[in-house]
Design a protein around this ligand. Structure first.
Ligand code: C2G
Length: 156
């Protein structure tokens, strides 16, 4: 029997925590916010931003497709349910639909979602330092340069 999955089952009267994110190139910062968000309630629901939402926001698609990002987040043991966040404007609708009690975001979003405090408790958690998808991409590019550029000398 899969105990982990059994524990994820939602029931009445549970405190539902909802969080949102892209979760591209899933890293420890992502894992830690999901762990801390889950600890605030009984059941964690995650809105994974769709590819189109990301493109509209940043004019670039994430490295991994929305289906891949959703599947990875679904596999995290702190997560009970995952849906696609199709638009930033639909947060209130999602919070009501999924019956959320707490909205959790990293503190890079501090103050941005206070407007929803009439229907949920809004909590901003400190980001994990020194880790981000952008930092990972830059490190990969830097390392690729070392591997493929025969004249590149790393500074020690
Ligand atoms: N995060 C963190 N520590 C990091 C990096 C990210 O705690 N080092 C948190 C962010 O604060 C966010 C979550 O992990 O709460 C997901 O981060 P991103 O994938 O960067 O998502 P973002 O682009 O902020 O999308 O509706 C809002 C958006 O969908 C949020």
């Amino acid at each position: 029997m899969n105990i982990g999955k059994k524990m994820k089952k939602k029931s009445e009267h549970q405190k539902i925590v909802i969080t949102f994110g892209t979760f591209d190139l899933f890293h420890l910062g992502h894992l830690r916010i999901l762990e801390r968000a889950a600890a605030l309630g009984d059941f964690l629901i995650v809105g994974v931003s769709s590819d189109e939402l990301n493109y509209n926001k940043k004019k670039v698609y994430p490295t991994y497709s929305q289906q891949d990002r959703k599947e990875i987040v679904e596999a995290i043991r702190y997560v009970g349910h995952v849906f696609f966040e199709e638009s930033l404007e639909r947060k209130r609708e999602y919070l009501l639909k999924y019956n959320g009690s707490i909205l959790v975001m990293g503190d890079d979003w501090e103050g941005k979602f206070d407007e929803f405090s009439d229907i949920v408790e809004v909590v901003y958690l400190p980001r994990t330092e020194l880790i981000s998808t952008t930092e990972a991409k830059n490190r990969i590019l830097d390392q690729a340069g070392r591997v493929y550029d025969p004249v590149f000398k790393p500074t020690l």
